[in-house]
Design a protein around this ligand. Structure first.
Ligand code: SF4
Ligand SMILES: [Mn+2]
Length: 272
């Protein structure tokens, strides 16, 4: 097989697959066959893309500018108003703290011999002369109680089934910069998180990443790559989870021969 391209989403999807929450055939199509899949977007995702464009000039593939989010009648959607308010607050935050945006949407790849590490850094910042990594989030999960609580795979806490907080993205991106010849050092990592629900709620969080935690991540990635390669090299299949509702929303549905759309019979035992 070709060298695996190990990204944040590959790792997250692998965890979901191992937890029985992601169809193995989708994993196979996306990361092994690297097939062209449907793009499934929601208003929340479009708003997030537009937010990153208005704040740090991030464009879509091919330099396409994400349009403002509109309703079906073509008027700006309510969420676009939140994007605008949050954009002003971000620009004010940058100015007040003397932070400079150095670059945005930077694609990084590092050949690790056995696999390739890949990541797209939302932005590089200059904070008091220190180059730093910026990850932007526009999310409904920022709330006074703490965010990322609803999903075990939320990007901030990456709370795994064993309740471990993984912090995958900061660790992975710091690792990529450290091993990338253009950077060659562990850079500070910042999240800027803007709420997509409460227009005045936003925060900037620095996540310190120790060398030891990068070493642990490298070991974890090694194990994942070994597991995936063993499955492929032994000619085994990834466990598919065909089920009508799941398949109907699946980005691989047009090219998947395991897809089901019929009603199946389930047996429910109710007697002792
Ligand atoms: S269409 Fe169904 S079986 Fe095929 S990859 Fe998607 S979820 Fe899995
Ligand atoms: Mn982002």
């Amino acid at each position: 097989m070709d060298k695996l391209r190990v990204s944040k989403s590959l790792i997250l999807d692998w965890w979901k697959y191992k937890d029985g929450e992601l169809c193995g055939e989708l994993f196979n199509k996306r990361y092994i066959e690297r097939a062209e899949l449907e793009e499934i977007t929601s208003d929340a995702m479009l708003a997030g893309q537009r937010f990153e464009y208005q704040t740090i000039n991030s464009t879509l593939r091919g330099g396409v500018i994400p349009p403002i989010v509109t309703t079906s009648t073509g008027k700006p959607a309510a969420i676009q108003n939140i994007v605008d308010v949050q954009t002003d607050r971000f620009l004010k935050f940058m100015k007040e703290n003397g932070i400079e945006l150095v670059s945005s949407g930077v694609k990084l790849e590092v050949d690790m011999d056995k696999y390739i590490l890949v990541g797209v850094v939302d932005g590089f910042l200059n904070i008091d002369g220190q180059l730093s990594i910026l990850e932007m989030k526009f999310t409904s999960m920022l709330n006074p109680v703490g965010w990322g609580k609803d999903s075990p795979y939320a990007y901030f806490t990456d709370r795994l089934k064993d309740n471990r907080i993984h912090m995958l993205q900061p660790r992975l991106y710091v690792l990529i910069c450290k091993t990338h010849p253009d950077y060659g050092q562990a850079l500070p990592f910042y999240y800027y998180i803007a709420s997509s629900k409460m227009m005045y709620s936003a925060e900037c969080v620095e996540v310190p990443v120790q060398d030891s935690s990068i070493e642990t991540l490298l070991t974890e990635i090694d194990e994942i790559v070994n597991d995936i390669e063993a499955t492929v090299n032994l000619g085994l299949e990834f466990n598919a989870l065909p089920e009508a509702t799941r398949c109907s929303k699946c980005p691989a549905k047009a090219i998947c021969n395991k897809k089901v759309d019929s009603v199946t019979i389930k047996r429910i035992s109710h007697e002792n």
